[in-house]
Design a protein around this ligand. Structure first.
Ligand SMILES: C[S@@+](CC[C@H](N)C(=O)[O-])C[C@H]1O[C@@H](n2cnc3c(N)ncnc32)[C@H](O)[C@@H]1O
Length: 257
């Protein structure tokens, strides 16, 4: 039997219209789709013939352990199937796509990577925040802010990041927000730096809380905001006041924060 293929496809950040043409093409002819939690169900309708396998995780609870996911991809491909591994945003941006691709390479399964629109840039964009802007920000960094993000061994050097880049985009950083904001201020970032927390960006549920580095953690706690959230830290956040577009399409004039 001829071996099948696996495509690691970026589904985009939520709005199904943000999937790529190549991603859609592969979905439409997939035999199996293994998908994550943040993938919009409307994208799955593009693969009506395919067997659908949920592999996502909710708040730390894995539906399928990573090794099982990888084994599943390999098994289906070895049975000659066209497998789409549909992942939120971009598969290589905090998506463990690299690990899955390495396993496929080791198993000699032909694979393809279809980049996706990452939440790191799309969610700020839908909130009216350009991550770079001439005269305001000429650099940005995308950082994972896991719960242990402020521990030394977390791998994120907050001390250096605090002043090294203009805009910081933090994914998965909600729980650790008090520690992250404290570390950034301690290492030289002004407490007056504008910050936006954008929840369920690019979807009908999108909501945004804005504040300053010095008060955003308390605001987030008061609002009891839940993941998924992208935090944008930097002066570009102030542009939101003039660049609101998505919120304005959905809310009565003046209701967006
Ligand atoms: C495991 S990471 C995956 C990122 C993904 N590979 C990407 O490129 O967008 C998941 C995190 O991305 C962020 N995220 C993804 N989609 C989001 C959305 N629609 N709104 C807000 N945050 C989102 C959240 O911080 C969430 O915890």
């Amino acid at each position: 039997m001829r071996v099948g293929t696996v495509a690691l496809v970026g589904a985009g950040p939520g709005d199904p219209g943000l999937v790529t043409v190549r991603g859609l093409e592969l979905l439409r002819r997939a035999d199996v789709v293994v998908y994550d939690r943040l993938v919009d169900p409307r994208l799955l309708e593009e693969a009506p013939r395919a067997r659908r396998v949920f592999a996502g995780k909710a708040s730390g609870h894995h539906a399928l352990p990573q090794e099982r996911i990888t084994a599943l991809l390999i098994t289906h491909a070895r049975r000659g199937r066209r497998v789409v591994r549909l992942k939120g945003g971009d598969p290589f941006v905090f998506g463990r796509g690299g690990e899955e691709a390495l396993a496929l390479a080791r198993a000699r399964i032909p694979f393809e990577i279809v980049p996706g629109v990452s939440a790191a840039v799309a969610v700020p964009a839908y909130a009216g925040i350009p991550v770079t802007h001439r005269g305001i920000a000429s650099s940005f960094a995308v950082v994972a802010g896991h719960e242990d993000a402020c521990k030394r061994e977390s791998g994120v050097d907050w001390a250096r990041l605090a002043t090294a880049v203009d805009t910081l985009v933090v994914l998965m950083g909600l729980k650790a927000l008090p520690g992250i904001t404290r570390a950034l201020i301690e290492h030289g970032r002004s407490p007056a730096t504008p910050v936006a927390l954008v929840r369920w960006g690019t979807t009908d549920l999108q909501e945004t809380i804005t504040g300053r580095l010095g008060d955003i953690a308390a605001k987030a706690e008061r609002a009891r905001i839940e993941p998924p959230v992208v935090a944008v830290i930097g002066d570009v956040v102030a542009l939101r006041a003039r660049l609101l577009w998505f919120d304005e399409q959905r809310l009565p004039v003046g209701a967006a924060q």
